[in-house]
Design a protein around this ligand. Structure first.
Ligand code: CA
Length: 228
């Protein structure tokens, strides 16, 4: 379930530094020196996100973005553009081209990582696939069914929605506040305690299949779904 990130940057030192730090953070990092190289990779692989330098030899980063947006298979790829230019009109031009986010060099790795996370979070909500699958768990979002090894798990709507946000955020720690906002809505009058009550119910249902350990409590922080 690792996310794949394509890095397109002609400056070797920067590209390798980015690839290294992304790999350290658990991403799969693919590297391309030129737009042409990137297009070749994109023929085979749809990355979860692309980091593209504006200033590339021959075909510019902006042109590459246009090519990606025109290709139906990869058109939805979130793109973060790196640039040495700071003028506002350049930024606007970049955003009009279909860039999702923008960073001026020199790039702060911490900031880039935060922006990558934000983009991935946003895009995962728009996945075309209506089936989520983690370990033994399979969730069909259209038919509202959860299957465990072929058998249907009986869940209430709330438990279903609860499990859904865990499956969409697999391996990610979710605070009780986040869970509450996602499942009940930001403006609901539900108390945080209610989250725990429904987590318990969901665990009980998972326990029938001996997979309740997948829903892990992270003491003082929240919960996360794991596959161990
Ligand atoms: Ca460059």
């Amino acid at each position: 379930m690792k996310n794949t990130i394509l890095i397109v940057e002609d400056e070797t030192a920067i590209r390798e530094m980015l690839a290294f730090s992304l790999m350290q953070s658990g991403y799969i990092a693919l590297q391309a020196k030129t737009a042409m190289e990137a297009l070749k990779i994109l023929d085979d692989i749809s990355p979860d996100l692309a980091i593209i330098d504006w200033g590339l030899p021959k075909m510019s980063g902006l042109e590459l973005v246009q090519r990606i947006r025109e290709n139906e298979v990869i058109a939805d790829t979130p793109i973060i553009m790196l640039t040495a230019r700071t003028q506002e009109h350049d930024k606007i031009k970049g955003l009009e081209t279909g860039v999702d986010d923008y960073m001026t060099k020199p790039v702060s790795i911490k900031e880039l990582q935060a922006r990558i996370k934000a983009q991935l979070r946003r895009s995962s909500g728009f996945k075309k696939t209506q089936v989520l699958s983690i370990g033994k768990l399979t969730m069909d979002l259209d038919s509202h069914q959860v299957l465990i090894g072929g058998e249907e798990l009986d869940l209430s709507i709330t438990e279903f929605n609860l499990l859904k946000i865990f499956m969409k955020n697999f391996n990610k720690l979710l605070s009780r506040e986040q869970i509450l906002n996602h499942v009940w809505g930001r403006n609901s009058f539900v108390e945080l305690r209610t989250v725990d009550v429904h987590i318990l119910r969901l665990r009980k249902a998972l326990k029938t299949y001996n997979i309740d350990h997948m829903l892990k409590t992270v003491r003082g922080a929240g919960y996360k779904l794991i596959d161990e």
